[in-house]
Ligand binder design. Sequence first.
Ligand SMILES: [Fe+2]
Length: 273
Amino acid sequence: MSLVYAGTCCHSPAITSRGEMADPIVRAQLLAAFERQRQAIEDAEADAIIMVSSEHFANFFMDNMPTFSIGMADEYEGPIEDPNWLKIPRTTIPANPDLSLRIIKDVIQTVDVCFSQEWKFDHGMAVPLHFLTPNYETAIIPVNINCQALPISPLQRCWELGKALRKAIDAAPERIALIGTGGTSHWPCTPDSGKINNEWDRELIDHLINKRKDALLAYCDEKVYQDAGPGAFEMRTSVCIAAASEEQSGEVWFCEPIPIYATTCCITTLFQL
Ligand SMILES: [Fe+2]
């Protein structure tokens, strides 16, 4: 069929690991936005979700770091973190290796992607899936963008990945949803962890929902690091989704700084049928 829904969401592990420590009103609004996104994907009758995330050295490491990778496994497992810490039970996540293969064969025509037949999801996928597919009944195709190890994927290449994914999605008979995770300001694993630059986050989200390609691709990595921390390099996942859904303006469904989650939590819709 084609793309039936596209959006972005946050993936901070604190949303589940220390969820109850946030302001209860703000947390309730965040969970309501996750539920709205879950319902939108269900209403779109998506056969599969392509989830673009930035994993955190759980599967890919410095011995061989792919710029882009797409999953092609028979099934996935997650979370790779201690389930008692993340407060998400470890489970098997359904896949669609045939659809993966077709997506990869199409994308690889223009973008050099790696592919993986083994993949254990970390919180970058496990937290969004916990809220968006709580019964794990929808096939997931994971896509990873290296946002962690320098040199990270250039923004222009992430835009091109989004375009290539969209072309592949529209060539498939299945109804496919596309979700990007992570990408607002945060300083994980640094003395500044917990710091948030909400002004930077709101400007990024405004560029994303208005699909301002030039503004999105003009972000300079050194300035992003300075203004929004190393965690904000994950903006690449959102840029990829914006490229894949460029023809429509999007909507912000939730965007609030939540200090105990160490970031601004955002949920956007970037494409709907
Ligand atoms: Fe992350």
